[in-house]
Design a protein around this ligand. Structure first.
Ligand SMILES: [Zn+2]
Length: 86
């Protein structure tokens, strides 16, 4: 699999669900398949173009749960995410 679906903020009040390249997994990091994603005030600020550091295009979502698909050399083991392996 060389691509994945992502919700990409492309402009003020505009989000597009699109295919993006699958990221490489650096040492100490993990590739997580998302099961659930929360929406918070930061996401709303980004959507409305009011977050001071957000620059489009930007993949939305930072409050997630899921399972580890792939890990770098020192990343967490494959399986469900938990406080002990995130
Ligand atoms: Zn948040």
């Amino acid at each position: 699999m060389n691509s994945m679906k992502a919700a990409v903020w492309t402009a003020t009040d505009r989000v597009e669900v699109t295919d993006v390249p699958m990221p490489k997994v650096p040492e100490g990091w993990a590739l997580v398949t998302i099961a659930y994603n929360g929406i918070c005030g930061t996401d709303v600020a980004i959507l409305h173009g009011k977050h001071p550091r957000a620059i489009a295009p930007l993949i939305m979502g930072h409050e997630i749960s899921g399972w580890v698909e792939q890990a770098g050399a020192t990343g967490p083991p494959p399986g469900p995410s938990s406080p002990s392996n995130r």
